[in-house]
Ligand binder design. Structure first.
Ligand SMILES: OC[C@H]1NNC[C@@H](O)[C@@H]1O
Ligand SMILES: [Ca+2]
Length: 460
C-alpha cells in the first residue's frame, strides 16, 4: 500500500487509555478509593449513574488485552497507574499487590515488543489525600514526587516514556472551576492554586526522576485547542486571545518561558494569587533538557504530550465569566458525539504553534481520536467509517506539521477501548475496539484494521 504520507523510520505508533476508565475493581487487592470512585458513586454526577466499578474489566483481562494490542502491531501503549492501588492512603506504605499488577502489565507489554508509556496521574487522586486538601494542599507536589519515586524505582529500567500528569488544565477547570469533574469544586480562588501545585508536582517528579538517575524521557501531557474568532471583530479576536491564554498557555508558558500568561491575572482578578519567583524558576523547563544537552536549573521536561481533539470557535460573551468568551459550534461543520467540531487543520496548527512558541521540543501526540455512535457489529466487525475518516485526516494533518519541521516522535489514538468517559459514563465510544460493560466482549472496529495498516505501512 503506497502511503501518501510516509512517517519517519522510528515513529512510535500507539494507543492510549487510563486506569479509572478501563481497569474496573478500583478497590481490589487492598487499593484505596480515589476521588473518582467517590465522585462516580455520588448520585447525579455521572450520566446514567455509570461508575468505573467494572469498566472494561482490564484489571483481570490485561493479558488478553495485551494480546489484542500485539495483533494491532502497536509499537507503544500509553496507560496510567492508579495512585491508590500503589499507595492506598496516597502516601506511606506501598501496597505490593497493587504495584505488582503494573509490573505484570509492563512485563506482558515488553514480551510483545510494545513500549510502555506510563502516565503517573490521570485524575484519580487517592481520596485520603483529598481529605487532606488534595491539590489545594502545598504538600501535594511532595506527595506526588514520593509516589512517582515508588514507580521510578520499581519500573524505570523497563519504561522508556513517562508522563507525569495528564491534562492539568482539565484537572483544574472542570475539577475546581466549573465543577463538572471530580472533585466537583466551583471556586475561582482554588483553581489557580491547584494549577500551580500541579506544575510544581510535575517539576518535583522530574527532579526526583533525574536524581534517581532516570535514563529515559519524562514529559507532561496537555490538552491543546487552537482558538479562532467566530468572526473577525475586535471583541471576538480579544476573546479568542483570552481563551488561548486560558487553555493553551496556562501550563506551557510557565514550563517553557518561566512565567504565567499575563491574561490570567486579568481573567481571575482578585482570585489570582502572587506566585513566588522561586516556584516559577523550579517549574521552568530549561531548553537544554537531558535530550538537548546538559541539565538546566529548571525541571528539564523532555517532551510535550499533545492531546488534540478539536479547535475552539470563539465569540465574546460578557455573560460568561470569568472569560467573557464562549465556544460555539459551527452549524454545518462535522461534529463528533461529544459535540466537538472535526477540524484536522487545528492539529497542524497546534504542532507548529508549539514549534514556534516553545523552541520545537520533542513532541508526542499522546491523545487524538473521536467519539461516534458506532453501529452494532456486522460479521464480527464494527463498521465505523466516521472514525476511520477522522483518524486518516488527523494523521495527514500531523504529517503536514512533520514536513514543516515539527519534532513529532509518535502518535497515540484515544482510545484503544470504548471506556468510561468521565461525567458522560459509557455513553461515549472512543475506542478502536468496542467494549460493552455487560458482556465485556472485545470487538474490533474497522478503525482498528485501518490503524493496523497504517502501522504496517508506517504511513497513511
Ligand atoms: O474526552 C476524551 C479524552 N480526553 N482526554 C482525557 C481522557 O481521559 C478522555 O477520555
Ligand atoms: Ca515493537
Amino acid at each position: 500500500m503506497t502511503s501518501e504520507a510516509a512517517f519517519p523510520a522510528n515513529f512510535l505508533w500507539g494507543a492510549a487509555t487510563s486506569a479509572y476508565q478501563i481497569e474496573g475493581q478500583p478497590l481490589a487487592d487492598g487499593a484505596g478509593p480515589s476521588i473518582w470512585h467517590r465522585f462516580a458513586h455520588t448520585p447525579g454526577r455521572v450520566a446514567n449513574g455509570d461508575t468505573g466499578d467494572l469498566a472494561c474489566d482490564h484489571y483481570r483481562r490485561f493479558e488478553e488485552d495485551v494480546a489484542l494490542m500485539a495483533d494491532l502491531g502497536l509499537g507503544a501503549y500509553r496507560f496510567s497507574v492508579a495512585w491508590g492501588r500503589v499507595l492506598p492512603e496516597g502516601r506511606g506504605s506501598v501496597n505490593a499487590k497493587g504495584l505488582d499488577f503494573y509490573r505484570r502489565l509492563v512485563d506482558a507489554l515488553l514480551e510483545r515488543g510494545i513500549a510502555p508509556m506510563i502516565t503517573l496521574y490521570h485524575w484519580d487522586l487517592p481520596a485520603a489525600l483529598h481529605d487532606r486538601g488534595g491539590w489545594l494542599n502545598p504538600d501535594s507536589p511532595a506527595w506526588f514526587a514520593d509516589y512517582a519515586q515508588v514507580l521510578f524505582r520499581a519500573l524505570d529500567d523497563r519504561v522508556p516514556l513517562w508522563v507525569t500528569i495528564n491534562e492539568p488544565w482539565v484537572v483544574t477547570v472542570p475539577g475546581y472551576l466549573d465543577g463538572e469533574l471530580a472533585p466537583g469544586h466551583r471556586d475561582p480562588f482554588e483553581a489557580p492554586r491547584v494549577a500551580h501545585h500541579l506544575l510544581l508536582a510535575h517539576a518535583e517528579a522530574v527532579a526526583a526522576y533525574r536524581s534517581l538517575g532516570g535514563r529515559h524521557r519524562i514529559g507532561l501531557a496537555v490538552n491543546l485547542e487552537p482558538q479562532h474568532p467566530a468572526s473577525p471583530t475586535p471583541e471576538n479576536q480579544a476573546a479568542a486571545r483570552r481563551r488561548d491564554a486560558f487553555i493553551n498557555r496556562w501550563f506551557l508558558d510557565p514550563l517553557y518561558l518561566g512565567r504565567y500568561p499575563a491574561e490570567l491575572a486579568t481573567i481571575f482578578g482578585a482570585a489570582w494569587p502572587e506566585f513566588a519567583d522561586a516556584d516559577l524558576a523550579r517549574i521552568r523547563s530549561t531548553s537544554d533538557s537531558v535530550l538537548g544537552g546538559s541539565l538546566g536549573t529548571g525541571c528539564a521536561t523532555d517532551f510535550i504530550g499533545v492531546n488534540y481533539y478539536s479547535r475552539g470557535l470563539v465569540r465574546a460573551d460578557p455573560n460568561t465569566q470569568p472569560l467573557g468568551a464562549i465556544r460555539i459550534s459551527p452549524e454545518n461543520a462535522p461534529r463528533t458525539t461529544m459535540g466537538w467540531e472535526v477540524y484536522p487543520p487545528g492539529l497542524t496548527e497546534t504542532l507548529l504553534w508549539i514549534k514556534e512558541h516553545y523552541g520545537n521540543p520533542p513532541t508526542y501526540i499522546t491523545e487524538n481520536g473521536a467519539a461516534f455512535d458506532d453501529p452494532p457489529p456486522a460479521d464480527g466487525l464494527v463498521p465505523d467509517p466516521e472514525r476511520v475518516d477522522y483518524l486518516r485526516a488527523h494523521l495527514r494533518a500531523a504529517h503536514a506539521a512533520l514536513e514543516q519541521g515539527a519534532d513529532l516522535r509518535g502518535y497515540f489514538v484515544w482510545s484503544l477501548f470504548d471506556n468510561f468517559e468521565w461525567a458522560q459514563g459509557y455513553s461515549q465510544r472512543f475506542g478502536l475496539i468496542r467494549v460493552d460493560p455487560p458482556n465485556q466482549a472485545r470487538i474490533l472496529k474497522a478503525s482498528a484494521r485501518f490503524y493496523q495498516n497504517v502501522i504496517r505501512a508506517n504511513g497513511v
